[in-house]
Design a protein around this ligand. Structure first.
Ligand code: BYC
Length: 334
């Protein structure tokens, strides 16, 4: 379902840069862009390319780490041992994704402490979707099905990003997200085969998450400030709106199989476009949540800061142990 996201609509490719009077380093970078090749950490890169990627990769890492919270809330309340084991593994995977992504960002000359400080100070963004609550077990299933589903749709094209460490991290992450998406669908399917109360719970969770999930793809193309440049650098391959459309088109059939209604009266097949039309997104809500005023923004950040502070002794112990090991190695070498 998701692999078609690798196809570039209209054959979009990173644009060729104007090579007149550029430094040899810039010329090499431009040639890599034209050939749709890879930039590696030791290669020269324009400062703006580096900054864009540090911004995007760190926001992505923060999203993975903050994203552990809405589902993590349900680990101790999962309805069976099997679901608990699956959820534990899934939430742990998200933590792992955050760590690969922080490592990928660090290859661009920024420290993890700087990135984490920016998050904790409220200066760095993370995905709007993780500022919504998970009041029922069905919300956990819907996160797997829709949130991870949207994440895969957005991330498959990132496997071909021109920055090598990000592209390689995304390949592994997408494989794991694919498992997450299926486990979410499976958990919901089990509930849909259960009682009416369970079916109602699933429908209410779908109603809560549908519109925020569509916002995950970012502002509409006309309001996306970074898209133009990110296309030129082969970071973005498919636009925010095109990915959103692909997602809607894929999910309609899955919703039918599941037996839930997507909460959009304007959702209908458009035979001319060969795609589903869908209703207007509430962009005011999107910007409100992005700018810190969503239902759970304050709680999510406070929980993250507290976890970081509570873990200070682990970092201190690890540093003390590393210093002790280094001193021992020096003594043995002397
Ligand atoms: N939420 O010019 P635009 C997961 C910001 S986690 C918040 O289109 P761009 C998972 C954008 O940053 C997966 N902010 O930007 C984890 C920019 O602001 P700044 C998370 C958003 O970068 C746990 C401004 O709006 N995935 O799967 O070209 C459990 C203008 O936007 C959002 C990623 O991070 C948003 N939704 O495109 C379960 C994917 N959308 O930075 C699951 C990687 C936009 O100028 N990121 N903004 O202050 C991307 O692909 C791109 O950054 C985006 C935005 C498509 C999100």
């Amino acid at each position: 379902m998701y692999t078609q996201s690798l196809d570039l609509p209209g054959g979009q490719q990173p644009a060729a840069a104007d090579n007149t009077e550029v430094s040899p380093e810039q010329a090499r970078f431009d040639a890599v862009m034209r050939a749709d090749g890879k930039i590696e950490p030791r290669d020269w890169m324009p400062e703006a390319y580096r900054k864009t990627l540090v911004r995007q990769i760190s926001q992505h890492a923060h999203s993975e780490i903050i994203g552990m919270q809405p589902e993590g809330n349900w680990i101790s309340r999962a309805p069976s041992l099997k679901r608990k084991a699956i959820l534990l593994a899934k939430v742990q995977d998200e933590g792992g994704h955050g760590l690969y992504l922080y490592s990928a960002a660090e290859t661009m000359g920024v420290s993890r402490d700087q990135l984490v400080d920016a998050l904790h100070a409220g200066k760095a963004k993370y995905s709007s979707i993780f500022n919504y609550p998970t009041p029922t077990w069905a919300d956990v299933g819907v996160i797997g099905w829709l949130v991870d589903g949207a994440a895969i749709m957005n991330q498959i094209p990132l496997c071909r990003c021109t920055y090598g460490p990000y592209a390689r991290a995304m390949i592994r992450i997408c494989k794991e997200e694919s498992f997450h998406q299926r486990q979410g669908f499976d958990a919901l399917l089990a509930m849909m085969k259960g009682t009416q109360a369970q079916r109602d719970m699933v429908q209410q969770a779908v109603d809560r998450w549908w519109w925020p999930v569509l916002m995950m793809f970012g502002p509409s193309d006309k309001d996306s400030i970074h898209s133009g440049q990110s296309f030129q650098w082969g970071i973005k391959r498919i636009s925010n709106d095109d990915l959103r459309q692909k997602f809607v088109d894929a999910i309609v059939e899955q919703a039918r199989v599941l037996g839930v209604t997507l909460p959009d009266p304007d959702l209908k097949w458009n035979a001319q476009r060969k795609a589903y039309d869908y209703g207007a997104i509430d962009w005011e809500e999107f910007w409100r949540v992005v700018n810190g005023d969503g239902p759970c923004n304050k709680e999510r950040l406070a929980t993250r800061v507290k976890a970081h502070e509570d873990g200070a002794w682990v970092r201190e112990a690890a540093l003390a142990y590393a210093a002790k090991q280094a001193a021992r190695a020096r003594r043995q070498a002397a």
